[in-house]
Design a protein around this ligand. Structure first.
Ligand code: FAD
Length: 286
């Protein structure tokens, strides 16, 4: 099934994410986690793409296993370090394995530098190519607090519009910890004529180290209310986990109550966290 049809449906959509292992040693445990999360019957599940693409076959294998459980998968695909030939081969593989949804990404600039001859510069070029290839529902990433490389939100939204013109049918947001940041962003999108569905990305923060790492990468704003939780429970792992799940649940309920129809949970290969959130929303999702 196409993700666009799921998120445009009448029921609220709650989806989960898994990321592939870096090495074959962890493949089985990640696959087991993905299957456990799929058994929670999310609206769909995403499988991320390792930076640089070295583990692209794991993304495809895990997405295919998710599809075999009856849950719709979306495979992430990033292009900055890839050649057109590699992308075409991957698209052929995804099509042959009946994976119908792709989140088209540029990818972060690699630490070791950019390839000498770059064949892709932006996600919009990848989206165009996937559209030309045909047969896929294409999504793209968006940043309620702006992409770290953007000078301002006007520039970021103008670039987002290019991505939509090139074939992105929906957008999934970077995580945010204050829903007002999303509501302000959605207002700016509507005002500038962006009307594709937006899937709100929510990260349940279950340990204090995770939050420091995340914020150093993405520059998220952390509200005082959230920082109090980390201060109080950061050194008590089980309490931090419970508080992080409760905080994420509250964000999701507020989003649904305010008309956001699709929420994507960055469940980070943690079936217990995904299950706790799913259970907290059991009546709300009916
Ligand atoms: P783009 O849309 O290309 O934007 C990158 C920057 O370039 C932005 O500042 C934008 O404003 C600017 N820009 C875009 N088009 C133009 C243009 N035509 N002219 C000038 N400037 C332009 N990374 C992974 O490696 N694997 C994953 O699986 C993955 N999944 C993600 C999922 C989500 C929901 C999100 C939000 C991010 C994900 N990322 C992933 C991280 C992502 O790859 C990085 O944030 C990356 O730096 C930008 O990717 P993008 O697709 O948003 O890029």
């Amino acid at each position: 099934m196409k993700v666009i049809d799921i998120i445009n449906g009448r029921k609220p959509s709650l989806s989960f994410e898994v990321f592939p292992p870096k090495t074959s040693d962890n493949f089985e445990s990640v696959m087991n986690a993905a299957i456990k999360i799929a058994k929670l019957e999310p609206s769909f599940m995403s499988v991320t793409y390792g930076a640089g693409g070295g583990t692209s076959e794991y993304t495809t294998d895990i997405a295919e296993a998710i599809a075999n459980t009856g849950v719709t998968p979306i495979a992430h695909l990033s292009c900055i370090s890839s050649t057109k030939e590699q992308i075409h081969n991957l698209l052929s593989t995804l099509k042959a394995r009946k994976i119908e949804n792709i989140l088209a990404l540029r990818g972060d600039i690699p630490k070791e530098g950019l390839p000498e001859k770059m064949e892709y510069h932006y996600a919009s070029e990848l989206a165009s190519e996937i559209r030309e290839f045909g047969g896929f529902c294409i999504g793209g990433a968006c940043y309620p607090e702006n992409h770290p490389e953007s000078r301002n939100s006007t520039e970021d939204i103008d670039n987002l519009k290019k991505k939509i013109e090139c074939g992105c049918e929906f957008l999934t947001t970077q995580m945010f910890f204050d829903n007002n940041i999303l509501y302000n962003f959605m207002y700016r999108l509507y005002r500038t004529g962006v009307n594709v569905p937006v899937v709100a990305g929510i990260m349940p923060v279950t340990n204090a180290i995770q939050i420091k790492r995340i914020c150093s990468i993405s520059g998220n704003t952390l509200p005082q209310r959230f920082l109090r939780l980390v201060d109080r429970y950061g050194d008590k792992p089980e309490a931090m986990k419970q508080a992080g799940i409760a905080y994420a649940t509250e964000q999701i309920i507020d989003l649904f109550a305010n008309g956001v129809n699709a929420v994507h949970v960055y469940s980070m290969n943690k079936p217990d966290v995904a299950a706790a959130i799913r259970n907290n929303l059991s009546e709300i999702l009916k």
